[in-house]
Ligand binder design. Sequence first.
Ligand code: 48H
Length: 259
Amino acid sequence: MKMMEETISGAIVRSYFKKLENYLSVDVAIVGAGPSGLVAAHDLAKAGYKVAMYESKLAPGGGTWGGGMLMNEVVVQNDAAEILHEFGIRTVPVDDTYHTVDSVEMASGLIFGARKAGAVIFNAVKVEDIAIHNGVVCGVVINWNPVARLEMHVDPIVVTTRALIDGTGHPSEIINKAVNKAGVKIDSPTGGILGEKPMWMEDGERTTVENTKRLYPGLYASGMAANNVQGGFRMGPIFGGMFKSGRKIAQIVMQDLAK
Ligand code: 48H
């Protein structure tokens, strides 16, 4: 007779590897499960695209959990509150323009919303490189994040994708690989990464959305990664720009994939 232990372990192994195998080739790979990536994942999956998200940390959510200086509340504008309401996340009006949001409700609601829409999230998985063939970005090179952190010499595996979104936040890790390793010229004033500027909430919120675009064939950036690439200002614990950036990049990717 099968021991319960064997049944439970077998169920997990079979279920995980089925998921991994089904997602070895995707329409859209999103690196980083922060707020911009989660909104993009939600919108793309809801529209029927096969979306895989890779998050190096155990818990998806990126910089959403900690609020401002570990006070677990964040602020959003009216139009961003509407996006949160679509996810079933509640907001509390502050005045005619702003709302506060419990950052734990926001993080968990965005994660659940992206997952329920059909995006698959691979957590504790780091994207360590990209695949680029004949001038088109076409894959993510993945490994277990603990392998990377322990600096174990273990080769990665590759997932092919029609579109790759860098949602890695401040360091724009994936665009860095494209510029500094693959040596490509991206759609920015210098063809390279300009680097994030200091705090200016109003300007940073506006430019995060403006800076959200396709940077190279097959390669896109959202959220703080997009802002870092184009030299935008940071904005602190206000998140409207992140959600709107995720929504905008999803639209751009959908237009490109439909061509
Ligand atoms: C897998 C990776 C890798 C990798 C990183 O920083 P994030 O929350 O992303 P955004 O841009 O959607 O949101 C930014 C926002 O949280 C923020 O920082 C704001 C508003 N700052 C304002 C200010 O003034 O400081 O999330 C990025 C995620 C993280 O969870 C990383 O762990 C993950 O990406 N990540 N995952 N492979 N190579 N690199």
